[in-house]
Design a protein around this ligand. Structure first.
Ligand code: SF4
Length: 779
């Protein structure tokens, strides 16, 4: 039940995040326990009335969109409880009754807050007032909104060029706010629009744009339900997209086979207990994976290439039964080169790279060969590898070979993370939007937007580090915790003249700041948004290109909060002046006017205001899905042909992947437990295979530093250290380890990025473990 606290008392001030207890991994996800956790989290944060009112509207037609992941609602009528445990946690986190007021900031110097863990910071509650930290100040203090906008304008006007400012966006930002934000930034004069997509699915966008001409998935929920074979690679749906499990359950009931490809045997890949079904409450639930492929970290490209060879050989044995030569002839380019390379793939190398036996490789190939409708899903287990773009290209090759794009029940399915990360990109949040977008923007508003490409996230950090950028504005998110190379990123932000964070809750990015820093508190998804034109709704796009409205109903935690739309428009007026041709004031008053502008500029958004009001919203066009048209440079779907790469494990070392706990969404830490992996009370753990623990001369429960090793600029070895982790025996592949992010971000050099997409490579970090002290083993 909800805890009471004295206004002067901060939450969980004495929590010990190192008091970790392990209880062993679970082999099932959801169930009644998930409902209990969801309810308990809601009651603690919001109290009974607010919990009931909020959860009843979560993902409902006249309610608000979940601020968690981007998984779509089921079309054609929503169930009463259209949310999962982690959606409920995300809502409780936002709709909490706790507040972070000016008095809180007066009590706590910034230096003290900077020493607090991320979990403690987020537990303090919602930000209530705009705050400023002037150079030399020890505490944030309140500032009036007008003064805050003026301060930002002064800094932006003082820059030698607009390219010295970086404007970051997180995936929570609505379509309306994102459209206006990029319009403001481009009107100001730069394309420096890094976003969180640069760090997650940029590799998917890059690979799919090359292969099929559009960087989005080609399937719907209905396709998944009617597929007969679903590959889930590098994805942990039980924690990161939990409602996907009920879709997979339906697919299985319709006869689908599921192949789970992952280094860890995650609970959600093994068994699902749907708490809305008797079988999920009283019975054993439903097994998910028919074949669990425990891949070595970084071995996915080899797996897909090996499968390609087996599929080609199966077609040799039964010509025409496997390879769809009609589809290839009509719609594809590059097949001959792909076929030549793939026939030469060394299956022994595939086994070495992937850790998969020849028998299992053949079993998986047989499942693909017999399938008539295959979908391949993936997430960051694939996108954050060094050769991520080539890996996704190989996965797409398998589908193209079989004519599995633009066909019901088949296609590509990159499963996006944050709830509107895909919509923000659609609205123009990208450092290199195509010319047609710029031209439409210029035409609509009578402006001339800059064409020079801007900085993505990694380049923005480099620019701040090197003194080429000195103003950072973050629209949502927690930049410093989301990005790699923590020491470098923190130094980059601290070197800025001004950092501005537009936020709902306190986070570490408020405490790692420029010489002047602003915190601008904004409305969340759950909050009522009333402007001079009346009650407003915003729109979002899910992972399957469905766009729909979201309307918050809760009383905001303070009358000092502004919507993201209002903040962008007021900031634009302060920076660009009253004579600027964009009608910023009208946009703030009535978001329908923003949607009218979106309709004129953004492809596929014609008649946006009408279509977004349809109960299920509307689906954006996708030429490969809709008409087997492939808007690539060849005008066809392109087979990807890249040399085979994988990540070898050097002697005495491990290859580390970062991951989230079940009590976490991106950088937001809801709690210190990871129920499915059997960890309670802390986060500084490293999961290691028992054979490796023995081989490295360690013991379960040892405390170790994680030290990453990368080639330095002068041929030397650069080392980075993350201190004091508890070794937890876990069934990882031999040679592989896993630990939570953001704790492990310091291990990843800024330049360790994926080829072509520049996405930080968090899924292949070579580390050694260095014992620091022994501890009583509580496992
Ligand atoms: S699956 Fe994702 S979008 Fe749906 S309720 Fe859960 S966290 Fe929210």
């Amino acid at each position: 039940m909800g805890r009471r606290r004295h206004p002067e008392q901060d939450i969980d001030a004495d929590v010990d995040e190192n008091a970790v207890v392990t209880t062993g991994a679970q082999d099932e996800a959801a169930g009644v326990r998930a409902v209990m956790v969801a309810l308990q989290r809601g009651l603690t944060e919001m109290g009974p009335l607010r919990t009931a009112a909020t959860l009843a509207r979560l993902n409902q037609r006249h309610g608000f969109d979940c601020p968690g992941c981007a998984w779509p609602e089921e079309p054609g009528g929503r169930k009463p409880a259209e949310f999962c445990e982690n959606g409920a946690k995300a809502v409780a986190e936002e709709a909490t009754k706790r507040t972070v007021t000016p008095e809180f900031f007066a009590r706590h110097p910034v230096a003290e807050l900077a020493d607090k863990p991320e979990y403690w910071l987020s537990q303090q509650g919602r930000l209530t007032h705009p705050m400023v930290l002037h150079p030399g100040d020890t505490h944030y203090r309140p500032i009036a909104w007008d003064q805050a906008y003026r301060l930002i304008a002064e800094h932006l006007h003082a820059l030698a060029t607009p390219d010295e400012a970086c404007f970051y966006t997180s995936g929570r930002t609505s379509n309306e706010a994102a459209f206006l934000y990029q319009l403001f930034v481009r009107s100001y004069g730069t394309n420096n629009l890094p976003d969180c997509s640069n760090m997650c699915h940029e590799s998917s966008g890059t690979a799919l744009t090359e292969s099929i001409g559009i960087g989005k998935g080609s399937v719907t929920v209905l396709d998944l339900e009617h597929a007969d074979c679903i590959v889930i690679a590098g994805q942990n749906p039980g924690t990161n997209h939990p409602r996907m499990l009920s879709v997979l359950e339906k697919a299985k009931a319709n006869g689908a086979k599921i192949i789970a490809v992952n280094p860890l045997p995650e609970a959600g890949l093994i068994r699902f207990k749907d708490p809305q079904k008797v079988r999920g409450v009283l019975g054993d639930g439903v097994p998910i994976a028919d074949e669990f492929v425990q891949i070595r970290i970084g071995g996915d490209m080899a797996l897909f290439a090996g499968l390609g060879r087996l599929l080609l050989e199966a077609d040799d044995a039964a010509p025409g039964a496997v390879v769809d030569r009609t589809f290839i002839a009509e719609h594809c380019a590059g097949f001959d080169e792909y076929e030549k390379q793939t026939r030469a793939v060394d299956l022994d190398a595939v086994a070495a790279a992937s850790g998969i036996s020849r028998d299992q490789l053949q079993r998986v190939a047989d499942m693909l060969i017999t399938s008539q409708r295959t979908i391949i899903c993936w997430a960051m287990g694939l996108t954050q590898q060094r050769h991520a773009v080539a890996t996704i290209g190989e996965a797409t090759n398998l589908l193209l070979m079989r004519g599995m794009i633009g066909k019901p029940g088949a296609g590509v399915c990159p499963v996006r993370g944050h709830s509107n990360v895909q919509g923000d990109r659609t609205m123009g949040i990208w450092e290199k939007m195509p010319e047609r977008f710029h031209a439409a923007l210029d035409d609509r508003f009578g402006i001339r937007t800059p064409r020079k490409h801007g900085y993505d996230t990694v380049d923005a950090i480099r620019a701040m580090r090197d003194g080429r950028a000195s103003v950072f504005i973050g629209m949502g998110g927690n930049f410093v915790s989301a990005t790699p190379d923590t020491e470098v990123t923190e130094a980059a932000l601290r070197s800025c003249a001004l950092t501005v964070q537009i936020s709902t809750k306190l986070n570490r990015s408020h405490l790692v700041h420029g010489r002047t820093a602003l915190i601008l508190p904004t409305l969340g998804r759950t909050d009522r948004d009333i402007q001079t034109g009346g009650k407003q709704a915003v729109s979002v796009e899910d992972s399957m290109s469905m766009v729909h409205l979201s309307r918050g109903r809760l009383q905001p935690p303070s009358d000092q909060l502004r919507s993201e739309v209002a903040i962008v428009c007021q900031l634009a007026r302060a920076v660009l002046g009253g004579a600027h041709p964009v009608p910023w004031e009208r946009f703030t008053a009535d978001y329908d006017t923003v949607r009218d502008a979106i309709a004129d500029v953004v492809p596929g958004c014609t008649d946006y205001n009408t279509r977004v009001r349809h109960p299920d919203g509307f689906q954006l066009p996708h030429p490969p899905r809709d008409a087997r048209e492939f808007p690539t440079h060849t005008g066809k779907a392109n087979f990807s042909v890249e040399p085979l790469s994988w990540v070898p494990v050097p002697p005495g070392r491990l290859v580390l992947q970062t991951l989230r706990s079940h009590d976490q969404y991106n950088t937001t830490i809801y709690g210190l437990d990871d129920r499915y992996r059997g960890v309670r009370g802390g986060r500084r753990v490293v999961f290691v295979n028992p054979d490796d623990i023995g081989a490295l001369g360690l013991a379960a429960g040892a405390r170790v530093d994680l030290i990453s090793e990368f080639p330095g600029p002068d041929g030397d070895v650069e080392e980075r250290r993350a201190k004091d982790f508890l070794v937890v025996p876990y069934p990882t592949p031999v040679g592989n380890a896993a630990a939570y992010y953001p704790e492990t971000n310091p291990l990843i050099p800024l330049d360790h990025t994926a080829a072509k997409s520049n996405t930080p490579v968090s899924k292949a970090v070579v580390i050694r473990l260095e014992p620091v002290r022994s501890t009583a083993w509580a496992g």
